[in-house]
Design a binder for this molecule. Structure first.
Ligand code: SAM
Length: 255
């Protein structure tokens, strides 16, 4: 049983914000951000700028990032248990997706605080939806580990046959990852979705070797999402994931 307090708690709204183009904010997101007294965010200054650009000046901000999340969760839960609402936003896109907030949401669920998603942009889904790669089955893997066996395993899963693998990665790692994929999965179809919703949005599609040649000749900067699809047969449901321990969420790409 959740340890619910007397009186009704406030609601935690998990609010998606744009991944580049500010026009992607939703009407519901604006409405919620106007109405809450408190916004939990990674960086209070950039959240302040976002809200100011929407002409929202009411709420107080509190920072919630990977290294203070544990401590902040209890403060936020206390605020919500006092009957006041709060919104959770991240630097861009959907909170908790390779971003902080998972522990807060989990704790709210545990103690019976209502959690309401306000859906909107997410780089992984925007990239997938416009990639031309199969969308019926996909695996989101977040940021790649730095090196070694964990990176090798990540790449195996990213390029597992018959489902689209999705990774977030910094542009400086494009050459390295495409080089590794060119060796381990030369038959894969790869899509690099870069700077989504922004002025220089770009989709590059091809084999790992073709994309590697392009990136080597013309290095790219900016925000990158990489999608990989390898044709082939899959065995009975996702057997290579069996027995996998649930990892702690990684929000930094810095395993
Ligand atoms: N929570 C966010 C979401 O819903 O998309 C993702 C946050 S994660 C810390 C940031 C990573 O998402 C970037 O390093 C990049 O890999 C990817 N990303 C964010 N914005 C992007 C964009 N406009 N175009 C392509 N990839 C993007």
């Amino acid at each position: 049983m959740p340890d619910i307090l007397p009186g009704s708690p406030g609601t935690l709204f998990v609010v998606a914000t744009p991944v580049g183009n500010l026009k992607d904010i939703t009407l519901r997101a604006i409405e919620v951000l106007r109405s809450v007294p408190l916004v939990a965010c990674e960086d209070t200054r950039s959240a302040g700028r976002l809200l100011a650009s929407l002409d929202i000046r009411g709420p107080r901000f509190t920072s919630l990032f990977e290294h203070n999340e544990q401590r902040k969760v209890e403060q936020l839960v206390e605020h919500l248990q006092g009957g006041r609402d709060a919104a959770l936003i991240s630097e861009a896109g959907t909170p908790t997706i390779s971003d902080p907030g998972y522990r807060l949401v989990a704790r709210c669920r545990e103690v019976g605080i209502p959690v309401v998603p306000i859906p909107g942009p997410c780089a992984a889904l925007a990239a997938l939806s416009a990639s031309g790669l199969p969308t019926d089955k996909f695996l989101f893997l977040g940021f790649p580990p730095r090196k070694g066996a964990r990176l090798a395993r990540f790449l195996r899963r990213l390029a597992a046959p018959a489902r689209t693998g999705i990774a977030y990665l910094p542009a400086r790692r494009l050459e390295e990852l495409l080089g590794l994929l060119a060796k381990s999965a030369p038959d894969a179809r790869v899509v690099l979705a870069r700077e989504l919703t922004k002025k220089f949005e770009e989709f590059l599609c091809g084999t790992p070797t073709e994309l590697l040649a392009e990136i080597t000749a013309h290095p790219r900067k900016g925000e990158c999402t990489l999608l990989v699809y390898r044709p082939g047969e899959r065995g009975e449901d996702e057997e290579e994931d069996a027995g996998e321990e649930l990892p702690e969420p990684d929000c930094t790409g810095s395993i």
